[in-house]
Ligand binder design. Sequence first.
Ligand SMILES: Cc1cc2nc3c(=O)[nH]c(=O)nc-3n(C[C@H](O)[C@H](O)[C@H](O)COP(=O)(O)O)c2cc1C
Length: 187
Amino acid sequence: MAKIIIINTTPRKGGNCEVLAKRILVGLADSDPTYIDFKEADIRYCQGCDWCKHQDSAQCIQKDDMGALVPELDSCDALVLLSPIYYGELTAQAKTFVDRSYPFFNPAKPNMSMASKGGKKFALVTTCGGSDEEYQAYDEKLAQTFAVCGFSEQKVLALGGGSVPGSLADDAAVQAKIADLVDWIKA
Ligand SMILES: Cc1cc2nc3c(=O)[nH]c(=O)nc-3n(C[C@H](O)[C@H](O)[C@H](O)COP(=O)(O)O)c2cc1C
């Protein structure tokens, strides 16, 4: 069974990222994905201590939920990260998650990667109040960050029109894109 991790970083209860994450969760129910709601999790900032650069595998010295998640990210098959766009970028919460993937980056290793396997799937879903796909190029660039974690297969959904909390869940075009994303992860 594929090991899948879904991380929802909206601080908004009932927000678009939350309802879309739940849709993805239902679509992938056969794989019993791990669901992490960032606002409920204990995930602190990267300390930049470089402890991770002196380990034999991807590990973080911090004993919080992300410290525990790093080995899971290493061994998983797929990761879905959902974030609203705040002032043209991911939320600070999502950026904290990105920064905490630093144990996977090591310039001394082949491909600068501490990942123990490649070919994993990474999906980034962003929602914004602006137009559809407005942040597609930004998202694609951001997604490349995760290649070093072994997530070489990538898919990005930049969804607009999401000013009202949860409203994207009722949008037929969005539902179709989420269904495609689920199929891509399952394939
Ligand atoms: C602090 C803040 C900054 C935002 N900045 C942008 C922005 O730069 N561009 C945009 O299109 N929407 C922006 N929005 C709107 C959100 O991206 C949009 O409502 C999104 O769907 C919220 O996701 P959520 O419902 O999962 O919380 C911003 C919203 C907030 C609260």
